[in-house]
Design a protein around this ligand. Structure first.
Ligand code: HEM
Length: 337
């Protein structure tokens, strides 16, 4: 399905409803301030996403399980194949970000459900995000901004902010503890926010999801990563999909009473019941920098009936910066490679 640019903006903007913001008691950050801060901290790369700049479009198919139908009425889980638009990307605003670094990989999805209903999500290769509130995220980005004299971030500023906000370091520790992923298809992707799943009886269960590769996790040794160089992930993905080897289990960890479910920096306690909601198979990869994911944004408030946001303030806080970011890059001429 090819979304014309204007309807892509309209779809994204539709989530800017009052109900979206009613979910977030935390004060919002001006989306312009966010976008400007991304550019000041990481540089301005015209046409590219200000986060997850280097990416590739793909398509896939999702089939839900009976267990998922017991938890949610969403048509995503009907058991019939659902077409999914996929975007894989390397973390950061720089379209030249190396594929062989211990950094973030992203997995953004749009489930194209019956009747034109959409479900969008952006998942990351860490169980936690780098901040728990929009204000903290803006502060962290500001602390990383290069000094105009030295053109480098000021270590004292970074340290002062992190000392006051220690949870901003958790995500980096996760990446440092793991090898460089061999493939976009060989790493876990977490939703990091809790969402509510509502079933036919009206029961709502909160949980956090993980997309886990059915072929298992695969990483590179430091030597292998060096030998691969900075641009191997796109061709590797094309080959792996041709070999029918890229699929993920959509697993939902269920929260128990008393669990913290309003923070993207606090995972659920270990050992929570994990329900397999279905399997997503990636079936084709764009041969070039184009594709249907290029000119849209993946807005985490675009949810299907049967799935609802939690009180995590970061969910709604993402909406306006994504829509504004989409607007900026459409005007500049969208690019991703
Ligand atoms: C207030 C907090 C956040 C801000 C301001 C922010 C900002 C952005 C922006 C501007 C983009 C590019 C959007 C576009 O041009 O389409 C983006 C992409 C992305 N963000 Fe965030 N983000 C936030 C929180 C998060 C969180 C908590 C996650 C964790 C799941 C996340 C995951 C992603 C992913 C996966 C992408 C790439 C999506 C794609 O491929 O289009 N972001 N973010």
């Amino acid at each position: 399905m090819k979304l014309p640019l204007l309807s892509a903006v309209a779809a994204a903007a539709s989530a800017l409803s009052l109900s979206a913001f009613a979910q977030a008691p935390t004060a919002q950050v001006d989306p312009t301030a966010f976008l400007n801060q991304f550019e000041s901290t990481f540089g301005k790369f015209e046409g590219y996403r200000r986060s997850g700049a280097k990416g590739i479009c793909a398509t896939g198919e999702f089939v839900g399980t009976a267990d998922a139908r017991g938890l949610s009425t969403s048509s995503a889980f009907s058991g019939k194949p659902v077409p999914v638009l996929v975007r894989f990307s390397v973390g950061g605003a720089n379209p030249g970000a190396p594929d062989n670094g211990k950094s973030q990989r992203n997995f953004a999805l749009q489930f194209n459900l019956p009747g034109g209903e959409l479900w969008q999500m952006g998942n990351i290769s860490a169980p936690v995000f780098g901040a728990s509130s929009p204000q903290q995220f803006l502060g962290r980005l500001a602390s990383l901004q290069p000094d105009p004299q030295t053109k480098k971030p000021d270590p004292a500023k970074i340290k002062a902010f992190a000392d006051e906000n220690p949870e901003v370091l958790l995500q980096g520790k996760h990446f440092a503890s793991l090898p460089v992923p061999s493939s976009f298809g060989s790493v876990n992707y977490w939703g990091v926010h809790a969402f509510g799943f509502v079933n036919a009886k009206g029961d709502k269960r909160f949980g956090k999801w993980i997309f886990e590769p059915t072929d298992g996790l695969q990483g590179l040794t430091d030597e292998e990563a060096k030998a691969k160089g900075p641009n191997f992930l796109f061709d590797e993905l094309r080959q792996r999909v041709k070999d029918n080897k890229v699929s993920f289990n959509f697993n939902l960890e269920l929260a128990e009473a008393g669990d913290k479910i309003d923070s993207a920096t606090v995972p659920l306690p270990a050992g929570r019941k994990k329900v397999n909601m279905g399997m997503l198979k990636v079936t084709s990869v764009s041969p070039d920098a184009g594709g249907d994911c290029l000119a849209i944004t993946f807005n985490p408030m675009i949810l299907p009936k049967g799935v609802e946001p939690s009180a995590d303030p970061m969910i709604a806080a993402r909406v306006a910066p994504y829509v504004l970011g989409l607007g900026r890059r459409l005007i500049e001429g969208p690019k991703q490679q």
